[in-house]
Design a binder for this molecule. Structure first.
Ligand SMILES: [Fe+2]
Ligand SMILES: [Fe+2]
Length: 163
């Protein structure tokens, strides 16, 4: 039976919040003040989620040789999404360019969380005891608010990030 507090259900709940937030941003118009506000909220959420997820879950499963490459793949997607968020923050939010870039980022992020839920998490769960999963949940719950306090919107053009 599923536990009430395991890391995977907590992460999925966060993912669902992110899906809802992305859908709201997608419905905004170029002149809406709300677009910038919601985008900032999403940026802080996604950055804090990724950092706490790496600290609570990925750091441990990375040590398991058969999971190393899956973890590496997922962490590199965190980095890629962060660069896309920074690039968006440096783009005029009322422009068509912003919307195009937002939709690319959204597509990338939705792919990332779906892959976590459908492929990575089931593989990780096989290697973790229920106690591990409960402990990781407590680490995530502790780290997420700390990371969220530290998180910032940091505008940086993609071409500068690659230098
Ligand atoms: Fe992730
Ligand atoms: Fe995640």
């Amino acid at each position: 039976m599923a536990q009430q507090h395991d890391i995977f259900s907590t992460l999925k709940q966060d993912h669902d919040k992110h899906r809802a937030l992305l859908a709201r941003i997608d419905r905004t118009h170029s002149e809406d003040e709300e677009r910038i506000e919601l985008f900032s909220q999403f940026t802080l959420e996604a950055k804090a989620h990724a950092a706490a997820e790496e600290q609570a879950l990925y750091s441990t499963v990375m040590r398991k040789p058969k999971l190393t490459s899956e973890v590496r793949h997922s962490v590199s997607e965190h980095h890629e999404v962060e660069e896309m968020l920074n690039d968006l923050a440096s783009t005029d939010s009322g422009s068509d360019e912003w919307l195009t870039k937002f939709r690319e980022m959204q597509h990338r992020y939705l792919h990332h969380i779906e892959e976590e839920e459908e492929e990575h998490f089931p593989d990780f769960a096989e290697c973790l005891t229920p106690e591990d999963q409960a402990y990781m949940d407590s680490v995530f719950q502790k780290r997420k608010p700390v990371e969220k306090d530290k998180a910032e919107v940091t505008p940086e053009k993609m071409e500068d990030a690659k230098e």
